[in-house]
Design a protein. Structure first.
Length: 552
C-alpha cells in the first residue's frame, strides 16, 4: 500500500532522470539556458547613442504634470475629472467655474475612469538583487567606456602625421627686458599666446601675423602689472588672463580684441593679513571658469572667476618643501605638485584628498611637472641638475623612465660645476607615439621619443655648439627597473681644419643690421606649441634674457 501511495512521485523521479540523460551537461554544475524553455531579458549597458549627455541632462525633470502619479492622485482626491477643476473650487477672480454646477452623476455618466489600486508595490529580494547587479555592471561598463574614450582622445593628436621639429627659426621676439617666466595659449593649441616676464609686463602674441621667415614682430597687446610676474594662465575660455605677481597680487585681465591694451577685471592681494597665503608660484586652468593656483605657504586654491571667490582649498604641508610647480590632469581628476624638497604630492580633485607621495631618490628640487601625453596615471617631472627628467607611475610610485642629458654617470648624484636643468617641458603625440620636447638651461632644445629612444635627437643647439666638431646620439638601458634614455656626445674629426658654429646665420657676412641669432644665448625657461589658422605648427621657446623664438 505504501508503494502504491508513492506511485506518482516515483513516476516524476523517473521522468526527471530521463530528461537529464537526454540533455547532456558538461558536469560543471552550469545550466545551459539556451536548452531550457526560459524567457531571457537583455539589459543594455550603454545609453542610447541618439541622446548626448547634454540632452539627457536637459530632459531630466521635464515630464508633464499629467505623467506624475502624485499629481494624478492629488487631482483625484480633490474630485477633479479629466483636467477640470473640482466641484466647489472657485477660479481666479472669484467667479465659479461653470462645471461646478454639474452633478456628480452626470459627470460619472459622461466620463468613466478605471478604479485605482492603492496597494503599495513591493519588489522581491531577488528582483532587488537583479537591479543592483544591473546597476553595478552598467557603472563598470561606463567606467571602461570612459577610460577607452579618454585613451582614444589622447592618441588623437593635433600634430599632423609624420610631424617633426626641424629646428628652423622663423621669428625672433624681443620686447621683454628681463627673463620670461611663463607662456600660455589663450585656447588649447591656438595661434595667440601670452608671455609674462620679470619686467612686470604681460604681452600678447599672434602667430598668424608672422612676416615670413625669421620675421621680427610686435606684440598685439601689453599690460604692465608693476611687479615681477611669476605665474600666468588663460581663463574664461580664452577671454581673460590670470596673472600672479611677486607682491602677492592675483590679477584677472580682460582681453579686448579691438584695443591694444588689456583691461583689469579683478584684483586680489594674497599677501595681506596674518593668515595670508603668500605670493602665487604657479597656476593652471581647471575648467572654463575655475583656475587653480599654488602659493609659497602651501595653499592650493580653486578660484572661481565668476563669483570672485575660492570654491575649494587644499593645504600642502610645509615639511614637504615649498611648492615650485603644479599640473592638472586633462580630465580634471587629479592634481600634482612638485616641491623644493624633491617631493611630488598628488591629490584627488573629486574627494580633495592626497592619494600619492613620491620622493626623488636624491631629494633634488623639482623644477617642472607635466602630465604624460598618453598614460593618464604617469607624471613627468624635471629635477634640478643633470638635465634629468623622470616619468613616475602615480599608482605604484615607481619611476618608469628617466631622460638623462648630462656628462655625469647615469643616475648618479654627482653635480657638475655647470649644472643644467630642463625648465621647459612640451609633450605630445605623433603617429600614436608619445614624445617630449625639453628646453634646458644649457640653451638646447631636445626631442625625446618615448617609444623609440634611438629616434631622439638634438633639435636646437646652443650658441656655443659647433656641430662640425661634435655629434649627439641617444641610447637606452635598464637600470634598477627603470628605462634610462641618455645622451652621448662624440667628438668628430675635422681633417679640413675648417669649422663653423652650429648656429651661424650665414658663412659670408653682409652689410646692414645684424640678424638675430638662430640659437638661444641664455637659459630656456619655457616651451609652448601654437598652431596657426592655416594649420602650421610652431614651437615657441622663452629664455632668461627676455627673448622668445619660434621654430618649425
Amino acid at each position: 500500500m505504501q508503494l502504491l501511495a508513492f506511485k506518482p512521485y516515483l513516476f516524476k523521479l523517473k521522468h526527471k532522470s530521463q530528461q537529464e540523460v537526454d540533455e547532456p551537461t558538461s558536469g560543471n554544475g552550469r545550466i545551459v539556458i539556451t536548452r531550457k524553455n526560459v524567457v531571457c531579458h537583455e539589459y543594455p549597458l550603454a545609453d542610447k547613442l541618439s541622446k548626448s549627455p547634454q540632452e539627457t541632462r536637459a530632459n531630466e525633470g521635464i515630464l508633464p504634470a499629467a505623467a506624475s502619479p502624485a499629481t494624478e492622485v492629488a487631482v483625484t482626491s480633490l474630485g477633479g475629472i479629466a483636467g477640470s477643476p473640482p466641484t466647489g473650487i472657485t477660479m481666479l477672480g472669484g467667479t465659479p467655474h461653470p462645471t461646478a454646477t454639474v452633478s456628480a452623476a452626470t459627470s460619472l455618466g459622461e466620463y468613466t475612469m478605471p478604479e485605482r489600486n492603492y496597494w503599495q508595490e513591493r519588489s522581491s529580494e531577488c528582483r532587488k538583487d537583479l537591479d543592483a547587479l544591473r546597476i553595478t555592471f552598467k557603472n563598470r561598463y561606463s567606467m571602461l567606456a570612459f577610460s577607452q574614450h579618454s585613451h582614444n582622445e589622447r592618441l588623437n593628436s593635433v600634430y599632423p602625421q609624420g610631424w617633426s621639429l626641424n629646428g628652423t627659426m622663423i621669428a625672433h621676439l624681443h620686447e621683454h627686458s628681463e627673463s620670461v617666466i611663463k607662456m600660455t595659449s589663450l585656447k588649447p593649441h591656438g595661434a595667440i599666446f601670452a608671455s609674462g616676464s620679470i619686467d612686470g609686463t604681460v604681452r600678447l602674441w599672434d602667430c598668424n601675423k608672422l612676416n615670413g621667415n625669421q620675421g621680427i614682430n610686435r606684440s598685439r597687446q601689453v599690460y604692465s602689472a608693476n611687479t615681477p610676474i611669476y605665474a600666468l594662465v588663460a581663463c574664461d575660455g580664452g577671454q581673460s588672463l590670470a596673472v600672479g605677481g611677486k607682491d602677492g597680487s592675483l590679477l584677472i585681465m580682460r582681453i579686448d580684441r579691438n584695443s591694444s591694451k588689456m583691461t583689469l577685471q579683478q584684483a586680489l592681494h594674497l599677501d595681506e593679513g596674518e593668515n595670508s597665503d603668500g605670493p602665487v608660484v604657479d597656476m593652471q586652468t581647471y575648467d572654463q571658469s575655475v583656475i587653480i593656483y599654488a602659493t609659497v605657504y602651501g595653499g592650493i586654491v580653486g578660484w572661481d572667476t565668476r563669483v570672485q571667490k575660492p570654491v575649494w582649498r587644499l593645504e600642502n604641508e610645509l615639511q614637504h618643501g615649498v611648492i615650485t610647480t603644479i599640473c592638472v590632469d586633462s580630465a580634471g581628476s587629479w592634481l600634482a605638485t612638485g616641491t623644493s624638497g624633491g617631493k611630488h604630492i598628488c591629490w584627488d580633485l573629486r574627494f580633495r584628498l592626497p592619494i600619492a607621495e613620491i620622493k626623488h631618490p636624491n631629494g633634488s628640487r623639482i623644477r617642472k611637472v607635466a602630465c604624460h601625453p598618453t598614460e593618464p596615471s604617469y607624471l613627468i617631472s624635471a629635477s634640478q641638475s643633470n638635465n634629468e627628467v623622470s616619468l613616475w607611475n602615480i599608482e605604484t610610485g615607481h619611476r618608469q623612465a628617466v631622460l638623462w642629458a648630462s656628462a655625469t654617470p647615469v643616475l648618479s648624484n654627482i653635480q657638475m660645476s655647470e649644472t643644467s636643468t630642463s625648465c621647459g617641458l612640451l609633450s605630445g603625440v605623433v603617429d600614436k607615439s608619445p614624445f617630449l620636447l625639453t628646453g634646458s638651461s644649457d640653451q638646447r632644445i631636445r626631442y625625446w621619443d618615448l617609444n623609440e629612444p634611438k629616434n631622439s635627437s638634438l633639435k636646437v643647439p646652443a650658441a656655443k655648439d659647433n656641430l662640425e666638431d661634435v655629434s649627439f646620439t641617444y641610447d637606452s638601458q635598464i637600470i634598477d627597473g627603470s628605462q634610462v634614455i641618455y645622451e652621448q656626445k662624440h667628438k668628430l674629426s675635422n681633417p679640413t681644419g675648417l669649422s663653423s658654429p652650429g648656429c651661424s646665420m650665414e658663412e659670408n657676412p653682409r652689410s646692414g643690421p645684424d640678424m638675430p641669432s638662430p640659437c638661444h644665448h641664455d637659459a630656456i625657461t619655457d616651451l609652448l606649441m601654437c598652431k596657426t589658422d592655416k594649420g602650421q605648427i610652431y614651437v615657441a621657446s622663452a629664455a632668461r634674457d627676455g627673448v622668445i623664438k619660434l621654430w618649425k
